[in-house]
Ligand binder design. Sequence first.
Ligand SMILES: Cc1cc2nc3c(=O)[nH]c(=O)nc-3n(C[C@H](O)[C@H](O)[C@H](O)COP(=O)(O)OP(=O)(O)OC[C@H]3O[C@@H](n4cnc5c(N)ncnc54)[C@H](O)[C@@H]3O)c2cc1C
Length: 532
Amino acid sequence: MSRFSHRLSDTSFDLAVIGGGVHGLFAALEAATHGASVVLVERDDYGAGLSSNHQRTVHGGLRALQSGQIGKTRAQIAERRDWALMAPHLLRPLPFLFPTHRALTRSRLAVGTALRLYDRLGRHRNDDVPPALHLPASRLYSVAETAARFPGLVPEGVTGGAVWYDYQVRHPDRLNWLIALAAQRAGALLCNHADAVDLLRDGRRVTGVRVADRLSSTIVDVAAHRVLLCAGGALPALHARFGLGASPRLVRASGLLVDRPAIDMALAARGSSGRMLTATPWNGYWLIGTFQTNVPVESGSNPRPSRAEIDAMLDDTNAAFPTLRLRRQDVRLVHSGLTPAVVLRRRAELMPDSRVIAHGADGTAGVFSIVGVKFTTARSTALRALRQMGLAPAQTSSTPPRLPHGHTDDADARLRAACLAAGVALDDDVFTHLVDWYATEAVDVLELSAAVGGLQRLASGTPVLDGEVTYAVERSHAASLADVVLRRTRLGTTGHPGGAALDRAAELLTTALSWSPETRQAQLAEVEARFA
Ligand SMILES: Cc1cc2nc3c(=O)[nH]c(=O)nc-3n(C[C@H](O)[C@H](O)[C@H](O)COP(=O)(O)OP(=O)(O)OC[C@H]3O[C@@H](n4cnc5c(N)ncnc54)[C@H](O)[C@@H]3O)c2cc1C
């Protein structure tokens, strides 16, 4: 295992984390911050699972309030604020509009009363938060105001609209990487493309994890006193493989990014299935979700919906938002994954709360699992698990970590100064892209790009530079074309980036990583499959 072998086999870690989604990454970050020696293994890439396939909303707990859970609502409002302190550069306030109705539970009186209570519970929501991220109070719209903003609103029974605010994550893949980087800077050892294939045991106690490096096809035994499984939709399969119990049921949940221009407000409406759908603006397009299967699916089953299921989602969407008139060819990207569920009267519903499982009762002391249901609450869930494992103090300071490069500060002034110093003139769209995606790290990207002769665009029409591919490999653990296209750069964030950009990225990676022609073809095929 050339990439990590020396530290993996030489160290006995306090904690091994399996899975580099948002829960595993926060667990690694918080454990390392509290002084533990930590290794994290991720069989694909950081955030390659559910953590890049979600609806991008940092929820403030309005749904919990609907079911009368005041304490949970308050906690989620506080956690939403923590995100604004951790990574202000990567969030933006987003208004959500929901039509009110003659029906009592959706009436202006009921919804207005709930929103007033919500605002009262969230009166500290903007404390210490940068002004650009202050969330306004919620409000009610008239029928005319609602109709003006809600294309294709079916007016029957509508009495107006209710508007509230949450945050939208602007670049989830960048966010995942910055949590990984923060964990690494706190001292954690992070290994992507490294599969946890078995637990090591001494009698009834875990002693580590057997890890297969998927890039070098080598295997190494990693000693660890405790193991935390954060494997998302693979958790039940991993439990079965490791002989652990208490596995969650799963459903397949999905969202569709569609080729229709979006307004800058999320809209909520009921689809033909009866499910409440949200159309969220995402880089100018609508991201529609969340769809889910009504019956549980097996862990290990294909996380992607079938064509027939996508057609049903489109029908559902067209009923909720009739002016969109979507057809299959309008789908730019499908976001989907297997997510924890509860089954009530044979019908599966998304699990409402995350869980931490201690597997001591299964006969393996020292092993725990996180069953995570929201990225919004991932940090508090990770801290809860670490407290149970004795790796975080019972009363952790509520101050959230500041993620690296998450702050705009003077990112554009710094990049301008760096351009001046290097004698580089960037096109406006390239400059804007670098500041928007990398914030203060843009200077490092520029300097490396200049040093390797990579200041030209990957292909015409994209602001992404050749040098960003090199930067992703040399500084950000990228080891595959998918890592670069889907997660370290913005190339694939809103759909296929175009053949020329893909080919050029593959060409640069072929040189950087000494790929054979067959490997290069396989890498291209993997990325093309993501957009199929
Ligand atoms: C359609 C959809 C929309 C959603 N929208 C929202 C939203 O708007 N707001 C919100 O807060 N939440 C939302 N969620 C929920 C949120 O996305 C998830 O709860 C969260 O991302 C799960 O993170 P995770 O770390 O538990 O799982 P994952 O991100 O799936 O990470 C698990 C990781 O474990 C790795 N792994 C598996 N097996 C192994 C192994 N043997 N060895 C090493 N690594 C392994 C996988 O490769 C994967 O990367 C949504 C979910 C879906 C499906």
